[in-house]
Design a binder for this molecule. Structure first.
Ligand code: F6R
Length: 244
């Protein structure tokens, strides 16, 4: 695993954007696996800036997002489709038909997950998967549990994740209780992983994920077994890992 330690959130964002843009420049038809949440916002901002400068071209790129809440329409401000449009897709020349996020309003979420697996296969797999990480070690919405889930599936969100995400809604009651998420196998099949972490509140989880046992109780620990992981984090988030 390659680790980049940066001083703060801004330089973490810039480093992650460097890595993603190198991928796009080297392979303009890349399939990018994308994440939402607060961690990658600054990276997307930087990518848009480089696009506007003419340094990046998204015309050949395809994207596939990790997850989406069940029950939120794509125009809902907290839906991950909305987030992607707002933070990246609306500002660059990616072909809208080549952007994929599970449909939160799909009448049969299980069937939607099956379809999503097909989409990923038809694209030939993911070249680089961007990940953030939850305080409980979740990646995508793969919560700690008894077994690693394989491909895209419907998941009940843990109370901790509901509380963590309540900051984006007017109350925790409004946070959807279910989501669709790529599974651990879908993530591990990506050719490269770019894991971003920021803030001291993630330090314990980062340390446990990379120095503890590989276990479904700490989903991110599976990344110890991936052959090509780049971890980009600011010093507070990496502090305990670096001490270990
Ligand atoms: C987002 C996702 C989640 C987040 C994680 C961290 O698509 O799948 O796993 O990456 O919850 O969220 P933030 O970045 O808000 O701390």
């Amino acid at each position: 695993m390659k680790i980049y330690v940066t001083e703060d959130y801004q330089s973490m964002s810039r480093k992650a954007a460097n890595i993603l843009s190198a991928q796009i420049i080297l392979k303009p038809t890349s399939v990018l696996g994308l994440a939402t949440g607060s961690t990658p916002v600054g990276m997307y901002k930087q990518l848009v800036i480089w696009y506007e400068k003419g340094d990046l071209d998204f015309a050949g790129v395809k994207t596939v997002n990790l997850d989406e809440y069940v029950g939120l329409e794509p125009t809902h401000e907290q839906s991950y489709r909305y987030y992607m449009q707002h933070n990246l897709f609306d500002h660059v020349n990616v072909n809208p038909a080549n952007t994929n996020v599970p449909d939160g309003l799909a009448p049969d979420p299980k069937a939607e997950c099956e379809w999503y697996n097909q989409v990923i296969r038809q694209m030939g797999g993911i070249d680089i998967q961007v990940l953030g990480m939850g305080h409980n070690g979740h990646i995508g919405f793969n919560e700690p549990g008894e077994a690693f889930e394989l491909e895209t599936h419907v998941v009940d969100l843990s109370e901790r994740t509901i509380q963590a995400n309540a900051r984006f809604f007017s109350s925790s009651d409004e946070v959807p209780r279910q989501a669709m998420t790529m599974g651990i196998k879908s993530i591990m099949m990506a050719r490269k992983i770019l894991l971003m972490v920021s803030g001291e509140d993630k330090a314990e989880a980062v340390k446990n994920a990379f120095t503890g046992p590989v276990t479904p109780h700490m989903p991110a620990s599976i990344l110890q077994l991936h052959p090509y992981v780049t971890l980009v984090g600011d010093r507070p988030a990496l502090s305990k890992l670096l001490e270990a």
